[in-house]
Write a protein that binds this ligand. Structure first.
Ligand code: NAD
Length: 260
């Protein structure tokens, strides 16, 4: 990956930034000059590793902890952000330029196997948490800032066996639309980046060679996405070059569905 410096002097927060797509986004934004708050839920060691990787690459980052899907999670996240920013970067102006709502869980079940508890949990983490993180983050987000919500190709296609997960991301897509309008007077852009099947730990079935092959065939390029494929799209949407793009759903699937 080539460093561009296009996020120099900016502060970014990536939820679920310790691994998978979030880790790649954190590294990409830091390579481009941003100071990155790497949020994590349980995996402190992974968050520390990501921060170390960024520092080894010559970037700046710090970890912040907040378990999502519990009451007052947004308040916990923002107080951790405020505290750690003041500790790790006391000379940096408080506030935020780029917020990436990336943390999420999947729920690989057909409708008859989804319990009410499952339903509440997947909505709490994938939909409610980003909503209140945004609500409480708006006063920290600087005018001209960027919000990027990580959704899924599953909101445009009916992928079998992930009905409730797909619904959480469809609601997130609408959050992008409505919020883009609400924040336009502040020159803040709000966009969705939607990956297709991507090589991370969210989907353990990707370790099965037959499933890998079948899912790879969904993309026009005949392979699964890599976290860096998604991170590079996020970095563009987060940049000044994308100032005229807001309320949009950006496909980052390698052409899933082109041949149908
Ligand atoms: P991942 O499991 O590696 O990463 C998910 C991140 O969310 C992790 O850092 C995890 O710690 C965090 N997280 C989950 N539950 C949390 C909680 N309760 N509290 C705090 N943090 C929590 O998977 P990934 O593939 O990197 O997923 C990143 C995003 O991309 C998710 O929103 C996912 O829905 C979306 N996505 C992934 C794929 C794919 O195939 N990998 C496809 C479409 C969309």
């Amino acid at each position: 990956m080539t460093a561009t410096g296009r996020h120099q002097g900016m502060t970014a927060l990536v939820t679920g930034g310790s691994r998978g797509i979030g880790r790649a986004v954190s590294r990409r934004l830091a390579r481009d000059g941003a100071l990155v708050a790497v949020h994590y839920g349980h995996d402190e060691a992974a968050a520390d590793r990501t921060v170390k990787e960024i520092e080894t690459d010559g970037g700046r980052a710090f970890a912040i902890h907040a378990e999502l899907g519990v009451r007052a999670d947004a308040a916990t996240l923002w107080s951790a952000f405020d505290r750690e920013l003041a500790t790790h970067a006391p000379d940096t102006e408080p506030g935020l330029d780029i917020l990436v709502n990336n943390a999420g869980i999947t729920l690989p079940r057909t409708i008859e196997h989804v319990t009410e508890e499952d339903y509440d949990r997947v909505f709490a983490i994938n939909t409610k948490a980003p909503f209140f993180i945004l609500q409480q983050g708006l006063r920290r987000l600087r005018d001209g800032g960027r919000i990027i919500n990580i959704s899924s190709a599953a909101t445009r296609f009916a992928y079998p066996g992930i009905i409730a997960y797909s619904m959480t991301k469809a609601a997130l897509d609408h959050l992008t639309l409505s919020l883009a309008l609400e924040l336009a007077p502040r020159n803040i852009t709000v966009n969705t980046v939607a990956p297709g099947f991507t090589e991370t730990e969210i989907n353990p079935t990707l370790k099965n060679p037959q499933i890998r092959q079948a899912l790879s065939a969904h993309s026009a390029f005949g392979r699964l996405g890599r976290p860096a494929d998604i991170a590079d799209v996020v970095a563009f949407v987060a940049s000044e070059d994308a100032r005229w793009v807001t309320g949009q759903w950006l496909d980052a699937t390698g052409g899933v569905g082109l041949g149908l």
